[in-house]
Design a protein around this ligand. Structure first.
Ligand SMILES: Cc1ncc(COP(=O)(O)O)c(C=O)c1O
Length: 169
């Protein structure tokens, strides 16, 4: 912090970003652009909801953070349904499949590692189920799993993967 600040429109910032970006891509397992947000993780979660949900969002709920996603979706004016599990129980991909088969949903919210209970949910299996439905997007929160376990964004076919800098990373 003793060094002078650099302007966010300066060449120095462009160089810094260009240096960071390929390494972020490798951590995320993608060749697509990775975007940095100056918000907290919830800012990106809310942004995903606001920008992607047109029909209805299915929120996989199994703890404090995933339960809150329904509340956020409703406050954003979206039609939202909780796929509710008892806290401490992992999300079951077969339940998601049954819900998506109704054709009601265009987005699924999913927390890879539910921090409030410590339960890691089966990301690869959930992604495989959601990918059966071309018109449904999978939004995945990896705030407390990112870089702790390998996550292959492109290979798994995740649509939005968000994380924060303050927990696992
Ligand atoms: C799984 C999970 N999602 C979301 C958040 C919210 O992150 P933030 O406080 O950066 O909005 C946290 C932690 O606070 C978290 O553990």
């Amino acid at each position: 912090m003793a060094a002078p600040m650099i302007g966010h429109r300066s060449k120095d910032f462009v160089n810094l970003y260009n240096d960071i970006h390929p390494r972020l891509q490798s951590l995320v397992g993608t060749t697509q652009p990775v975007f940095l947000s100056t918000s907290s993780a919830w800012g990106v979660m809310e942004g995903a909801i606001r920008n992607l949900v047109n029909k209805k969002v299915l929120c996989c709920c199994s703890g404090a953070f995933s339960d809150k996603w329904v509340d956020v979706a409703v406050r954003c004016g979206k039609d939202a349904e909780a796929l509710q599990y008892e806290w401490g129980t992992p999300v079951d991909p077969a339940d998601i499949d049954a819900k998506l088969a109704t054709g009601e949903f265009d987005v699924v919210t999913f927390i890879h590692n539910e921090t409030s209970t410590g339960v890691m949910n089966p990301l690869a299996e959930v992604a495989a189920v959601v990918n059966k439905y071309d018109d449904v997007l999978l939004v995945t929160d990896t705030v407390s799993s990112f870089t702790v376990v390998p996550i292959e964004f492109d290979k798994l076919g995740i649509d939005v993967l968000l994380t924060g800098s303050q927990k696992a990373y």
